[in-house]
Design a protein around this ligand. Structure first.
Ligand SMILES: N=CN[C@@H](CCC(=O)O)C(=O)O
Ligand SMILES: [Mn+2]
Ligand SMILES: [Mn+2]
Length: 313
């Protein structure tokens, strides 16, 4: 399986003359037959955002994230690879998500930790299918926990149209069809941005919900323990970060900027909980829209989160 497009152009940045000054652009390698490591894979698609009546532009996000990541200091021991981009052609979202899933499952089968660079949050349906396809070859009913940092549940009814607003409802249906448990934590939810119907669906699906206003410096340790307990009853974790969980001042470059949001200073320690649980199999970042970004602020946050997620190993 291979991606639709390989673009090495974003991997440029500062080169220092001193020793031990590596940055990502100097360390990352094209994917090849090599030791398992972190593998970034782009999903250049905003068809789901368009269908969800959002602001198009997230298809350009993988390149913008790579550019921001390129210049960050390299602190890893293990390798990192660029697996290229999956693109959405002619609005065929299902086909793009299927190709994403094929690439993700191939990376998992060769021992990599895939980090998918969305794309609208429709990336999650492709990411999930890749993880499910891989785990189904190993276990009959894998216990997968989905941790979504997001201002939105993205549990809209998929019967109308598959979009950036439906991926976790699609996953819930998929789990039911497979006889797998659906375990979903959605942290950073804005009550003002999700209808009563969405809150009801989340409650029916037994979603672990923490609203944006509940995540404070005082509650951080407690929410970390709740996250640990959630992860504790799973064997595998899929982490998905919708950048619109951050306040608009920290992440202006998204389709639906957050009036309140959860700041990076609170988000990052929670992401570290997920990282350090030893169960993380797959992560993606969604909804960066470079057309609305200011001085690469949102792309820099995305890159910082990748740096944090991949710091160990
Ligand atoms: N992935 C985005 N989901 C949100 C978008 C909300 C908005 O555009 O205002 C949702 O469908 O609720
Ligand atoms: Mn969102
Ligand atoms: Mn979302």
């Amino acid at each position: 399986m291979s991606a639709d497009r390989i673009d090495t152009a974003p991997w440029t940045g500062r080169t220092d003359p001193e020793a031990d000054t590596l940055r990502w652009h100097q360390a990352i390698r094209p994917l090849g037959a090599a030791a398992p490591g972190v593998a970034v894979l782009g999903f250049a698609c905003d068809e789901g955002v368009r269908r969800n009546h959002g602001r198009s532009g997230a298809a350009a996000a993988p390149t913008a994230i790579r550019k921001a990541l390129a210049n960050l200091a390299w602190h890893r021991e293990g390798p990192a690879y660029d697996a290229g981009d999956v693109c959405c052609e002619d609005g065929d979202l299902d086909a793009a998500q299927t190709r994403l899933a094929e690439n993700v499952s191939a990376l998992l089968a060769t021992g990599h930790l895939p980090i998918v660079l969305g794309g609208g949050h429709e990336v999650a349906w492709g990411s999930w299918q890749g993880l499910a396809r891989h785990l189904a070859t190993l276990e009959s009913a894998p216990r997968i926990g989905i941790v979504n940092f997001d201002a939105h549940f993205d549990l809209r009814d998929p019967a109308h149209a598959h979009s950036s607003g439906t991926p976790f409802a699609q996953i819930a249906e998929d789990c039911a069809a497979r006889g797998w448990p659906f375990r979903y934590a959605c942290l950073g939810v804005s009550r003002a941005s999700n209808t009563r119907a969405l809150f009801r669906r989340a409650t029916e699906l037994d979603v672990l919900i923490r609203e944006d206003r509940e995540i404070t410096p005082m509650s951080l340790a407690q929410i970390g323990r709740e996250l640990d307990a959630f992860i504790g009853v799973c064997d595998h974790v899929y982490l998905t970060i919708d950048l619109d969980v951050l306040p608009a001042c920290e992440a202006p470059g998204v389709s639906a900027p957050a009036a309140r949001g959860v700041s990076l200073a609170l988000l990052e320690p929670l992401v570290e909980h997920v990282r350090d649980g030893d169960k993380l199999r797959l992560a993606d970042l969604a909804e960066l829209n470079p057309a609305f970004d200011i001085d690469q602020r949102t792309a820099r946050v995305a890159a910082r989160l990748i740096h944090t997620l991949t710091l160990n190993g």
